[in-house]
Ligand binder design. Structure first.
Ligand code: SAH
Length: 227
């Protein structure tokens, strides 16, 4: 086995067997889209973490990634990804243009890149995104455009899918307006006491359908850039 493959597949606590157990757990918790389950199984989450934490990569836990941020819990990554891709159960690459707010360590970005033609990922903490960039390059992901910026300020582009990994107090109207008709936005909404993972579908120019999925805990959507 080449070194690359060994690194990708992991050993011991990061082995395929350990990952299979995580997939069983995700299935028990209600994730049912086989494409998402397979992508989760094949995603090397251990490579997104510092070595000291990598043996815990396949536990269903959020873990620290520095700068007071966390890598999202696998179940939540699977749930959000599933919510975005579920409209098109047959396509292998169901999403065209996807926007992610909060690159973090890049783990969710990696999943989005599998299911999208193109991903734009925005992060306000530059050194975090630099690290994510390196990891995704090592994994030969080449359909992600990175931007260090405040996700509260976006250009005129529109997207088919938007995922926010940080929670605003209310659903930002400007993010809804960034959706193409037929597009979906998934976002945690609320303060540090109570947040609800919310899915918004734009069914026409003026109609947005909102579905509350479940209670979650994300870091807050903050303002400004940290370099
Ligand atoms: N899915 C990521 C989660 C990272 S935590 C992972 O698994 O690593 C959420 C991220 O959102 C943090 O890195 C935080 O810095 C970022 N964030 C918070 N507010 C932001 C904003 N206004 N614009 C861009 N990124 C933001």
């Amino acid at each position: 086995m080449s070194l690359d493959k060994e690194l990708l597949q992991g050993q011991g606590m990061t082995s395929l067997r350990t990952r299979q157990r995580l997939i069983e757990r995700l299935t028990e918790k209600g994730i049912s889209d086989v494409r998402v389950l397979e992508a989760m199984r094949d995603s090397p989450r251990h490579l997104f973490l510092d070595e000291a934490l990598s043996t815990r990569a396949y536990e269903d836990l959020a873990l620290p990634i520095g700068y007071q941020q966390t890598i999202s819990q696998p179940y939540i990554v699977a749930r959000m990804t599933e919510a975005l891709v579920s409209g098109d159960r047959l396509a292998e690459v169901p999403l065209k243009k996807t926007l992610e707010i909060g690159t973090g360590c890049g783990y969710q970005t990696y999943l989005l890149a599998i299911f999208s033609k193109k991903v734009t990922s925005i992060e306000r903490i530059e050194p975090l995104q630099d690290k994510a960039k390196k990891t995704l390059k090592q994994l030969k992901v080449n359909n992600v455009e990175f931007m260090v910026d405040d996700g509260n300020k976006l250009g005129d582009q529109k997207y088919d899918a938007i995922l926010s990994a940080a929670a605003p107090l209310e659903i930002p109207q400007f993010l809804k307006e960034k959706l193409n008709v037929g597009g979906k936005l998934i976002i945690p909404v609320g303060d540090s006491n109570k947040q609800i993972l919310t899915l918004i579908k734009r069914t026409s120019k003026d109609i947005f359908i909102e579905e509350k999925l479940e209670e979650v805990l994300f870091v807050p959507l903050l303002k400004g850039v940290v370099s």
